[in-house]
Design a protein around this ligand. Structure first.
Ligand code: RNT
Ligand code: ZN
Length: 411
């Protein structure tokens, strides 16, 4: 089947061998927080807050670092290609309770020890939610200076941790700042919180690190649950901030108005930024963070990365948290679909299609794009899994077995 597929793709000018090689080299950062419904390991845990929600109560949530690491190992064994792990500050592993502003690089040494033999590089996120000092939905833009200062100290601590991770692993660690700050109802002042956020970020970024170790990013949002009327860190706010401060923007495809697409934003940013970071997710009616599927917008996002030769400029991360299904299955399905979308994009003769666009031959462009949709992609995907030593559809039985033997004992 692969041999036939290879011939079919060749007719359209696509080289399946090259695609198989290239696909395996593009890193995808798996988010640790799908494994435990964004709970983390803090000793004094607060409920998930900040306008995000993991709904469902499927049994078997990872409760300890050892459980999360074991679950990740199983998930990774079914995911082809280069994998990274995206951590949140709330996943620090400490003997005693440590508040967010007291976190240190050594609190992530166990993650480094876990990652090193697996060849997995780490990414990082400060955690500015699920905490008493974020209970009113405001952090870095809070009118109370002492609250703002607490969170400034936290993000500074996180940048130090991320730089340490990056230096130790020999690959830059993406440190992505997302804050929930917003208001439920009509604001009386939309500017002052943004000025406070800008100044807080300036204080944070006054500390300089080598870009060899840390890549700083800011993630915008349109609204959160309970924060429907106003978001301090809006798209315009963070894009302007990133552009004027020489840092990166992170685009989460659940964070825009429903007819906006992140696939269209990627090339816009590539025209101005060296790097663009992504949170690939699946918003269903809102920023619901459903598992990523192999569907149009994900395919389109992958196309924009591949056809602009931006595999090293676009940092791909996943961001979803579904607590209503087996959490390992959620990781595997989403991560495999991201890889599927990349492989699909690598099998498109982008150069020929660009020529059709430039010569104004839009009839042929449409006709060819439609023909490409029904080429035997499945055979190439199966071959990719085989070469990556990853099983096909059987992965689900293995996860189900682990559910019976391990997850169901987590009462
Ligand atoms: C929330 C943002 C953010 C979080 C993670 C847990 O809407 O997407 O990226 O999902 O930091
Ligand atoms: Zn996100």
């Amino acid at each position: 089947m692969y041999g036939n597929a290879r011939t079919e793709y060749k007719k359209w000018g696509a080289d399946t061998e090259k695609a198989l090689e290239k696909c395996a080299e593009i890193p995808v950062s798996l988010h640790c927080w799908q494994g435990d419904d964004v709970a983390g390991f803090e000793h004094n845990k607060s409920a998930l807050s900040g306008g995000i929600q993991a709904t469902g109560s499927y049994p078997g949530r990872a409760r300890t670092p050892a459980e999360l690491m074991a679950d990740l190992d199983l998930a990774y064994s079914f995911i082809p290609g280069v994998k990274r792990l995206n951590l949140h500050a709330s996943y620090a592993i400490t003997d005693k309770p440590v508040d967010r502003d007291g976190l240190l690089p050594e609190h992530f040494d166990r993650w480094l020890e876990w990652a090193r033999p697996r060849g997995i590089m780490l990414d990082f996120n400060p955690t500015l939610f699920s905490h008493a000092k974020a209970a009113d939905g405001l952090t870095l833009s809070h009118p109370d200076k002492s609250v703002r200062d607490f969170w400034i100290r936290h993000v500074k601590a996180c940048r130090k941790i991320a730089a340490y991770l990056g230096q130790t692993q020999g690959s830059p660690c993406l440190n992505n700042i997302w804050i929930p700050d917003g208001l439920k109802d009509i604001p009386a002042d939309r500017l002052s919180p943004r000025v406070r956020l800008r100044d807080a970020l300036d204080e944070i970024f006054a500390v300089k690190y080598d870009k060899k170790y840390i890549l700083d990013a800011v993630e915008s949002k349109v609204f959160g649950i309970g924060l429907e009327s106003y978001t301090v860190g809006s798209a315009e706010f963070y894009l302007s901030y990133a552009a004027t401060r020489g840092i990166n923007a992170l685009l989460d495809n659940g964070h825009y108005h429903p007819t906006e697409t992140v696939s269209d934003k990627i090339p816009s940013l590539l025209a101005f930024f060296d790097k663009v970071a992504l949170h690939v997710t699946r918003p269903v009616r809102w920023d619901s963070d459903h598992v990523v599927l192999f569907e149009d917008e994900v395919k389109e996002i992958a196309k924009e990365i591949i056809r602009n030769n931006a595999e090293e400029r676009v940092l791909i991360g996943l961001d979803y948290f579904d607590a209503s299904i087996n959490r390992i299955a959620a990781w595997v399905v989403g991560a495999r679909n991201m890889q599927k979308a990349l492989l699909n994009a690598l099998l498109i003769p982008h150069g020929d299609l660009k020529k059709l666009q430039d010569s104004g031959d839009f009839s042929k462009l449409m006709a060819v794009q439609e023909e490409l949709k029904t080429l035997p992609f499945g055979a190439v995907w199966d071959e990719y899994l085989k070469r990556q030593n990853v099983v096909g559809a059987e992965w689900f039985d293995a996860v189900k077995k682990y559910e019976k033997e391990v997850l169901n004992n987590r009462k």
